[in-house]
Design a binder for this molecule. Sequence first.
Ligand code: 5AD
Length: 349
Amino acid sequence: MLTTKSKSDTLDQVATASIPELKALLDSSDTHLEHELQVRAEAIAEQQFGRRIYLRGLIEISNICRNDCYYCGIRSGNERVTRYRLTADEVMSACERGYEIGFRTFVLQGGEDPYWRGERLVSLVRNIRTSYPECAITLSLGEMEYAEYEALFRAGANRYLLRHETYDKEHYQSLHPSAMAQEHRLQALRDLKQIGYQVGTGVMIGSPGQTTAHLAQDLDFIRRLQPAMIGVGPFIPHEDTPLGTYPAGSLSMTLRFLALCRLLNPRALIPATTAVATLHPEGRLAAIRSGCNVVMPNLSPLNHRADYALYNNKAYSGSEAAEGVALLQAQLDTIDYQIDWGRGDAPAS
Ligand code: 5AD
């Protein structure tokens, strides 16, 4: 049993904590320790960014996916999804609407849809780059080869989100069909970094089969990679998937993990995700109070939002929506935070 003194020593040295020490922090049932973690994480975020939250306009460009991940609602094997892909014009209108609202980062996210690849995707990115020279373009479109990532970077993309999902190989294989290899994803992350993208990675908390030993390894991986962005949210079951009967991840574990991410990566951009907001009404604000500093409101065309259901009850209205930023600001007011309308690049190290 750790004494209070040695606990606060552990927290002082968390940046260099060993994997077993990280695991002990995740395992601890001491609510004081959990609170202390959050307080320290929030203080570091405030030191780095002030009490300010960056916004990203999230455009879900396609829910067509060649992959069949066992947890994901838009997996190829799910025949109950109404499939859609946005046209280039629809994406450009979403950017226009977003720009008018004030967004200076557009995130193009989607399944691994063969339509939105290659030259078609490159020219879409180039178009956005030309129309919005001062905006950041983030892509979140899954695994590609080096040359394709490079072409997109040259066309004007700045950032790329690709969660590693879990660092444990066996666990990775239990969440994904054998056609998917963890090594390919890790290589993609290395490629993206080398090309010069600001790279984001991350995990789901409480995915089936996950242990705190896995999560401690994930934290260590994230610490070594030093990504510019870290995306973390609870696993939430989707009824039409093989893992649809498993319970959702817990809010408390999600907040601890987020706080540790902040302590290990002080300058990272860490969103309070839609998943944490979906899990619990206070999830978004609690995540911010645990060191998060980004929110990604949904900027997809309204008629397709419900079809991008990665998990049950995914929120896409109110303060989740680009139209709801006033509501989001009102919520942020209650914890004395403000929206920052800047591009919000990762601060230089
Ligand atoms: N619950 C929570 N997050 C999910 N994702 C996919 N399916 C789920 C789910 N059922 C996450 C994955 C992916 C990101 C885009 O969404 O981590 O990387």
